[in-house]
Design a protein around this ligand. Structure first.
Ligand code: HEM
Length: 154
């Protein structure tokens, strides 16, 4: 396997895991949890789901720029000559990572505290904030993948 093929494969797998995980959480698991579980059980479920998923998001957060910058050098000889869609991809990566770190550092601990204290209204409010941020990140992630795939147009 060439360095290019390795970097490309890791890059696309990392994007797949992050964006696909958010798609599943938002579009499939969220409505299923609302239909099947009462409020407290739902909050306990999400307090278990997020830390497990976030390990994989961290892997993607680390792998995407490493493999992406590798690809930049192998394919476009560095930042200067990179096409506009790659510049946009890097900018949107920063936005996605900032939102993810906000959830990880601020909102997940709040959710876990509320669940431990059995403060369900507080937990529901925090879960609502997380849902909004994950929704935004999902839309950005889908846009980045669409942009990368439609690159001949840019
Ligand atoms: C610092 C962050 C990033 C850098 C430097 C970067 C850079 C690159 C480069 C150079 C390519 C190859 C482009 C080509 O061969 O024409 C690429 C492809 C790709 N990137 Fe990124 N990227 C970054 C973040 C992301 C993120 C956050 C996602 C999605 C969530 C993503 C998804 C993709 C996909 C799906 C491709 C493959 C496109 C295809 O072949 O159809 N990248 N990236």
């Amino acid at each position: 396997m060439t360095a290019f093929a390795l970097a490309y494969t890791l890059h696309v797998l990392a994007a797949l895991v992050w964006v696909g995980g958010m798609f599943f959480a938002w579009i499939v698991l969220r409505p299923a949890a609302v239909a099947a579980l009462e409020g407290p059980a739902r909050l306990k479920l999400w307090a278990q789901v997020f830390p497990r998923f976030f390990i994989w998001v961290w892997a993607a957060v680390v792998l995407l720029p490493i493999s992406g910058i590798g690809l930049l050098h192998l394919r476009f000889n560095g930042f200067e000559s990179a096409p506009r869609y790659v510049q946009i991809m890097m900018g949107l990566y920063l936005v996605m990572t900032a939102l993810f770190i906000r959830i990880q550092a601020l909102q997940l601990p709040q959710l876990q505290q509320a669940v431990t204290a059995e403060d369900w209204p507080e937990g529901a409010a925090t879960l609502g904030k997380i849902r909004r941020l994950v929704g935004i990140n999902l839309i950005i992630g889908l846009l980045v993948v669409a942009l990368a795939s439609a690159r001949p147009l840019f």
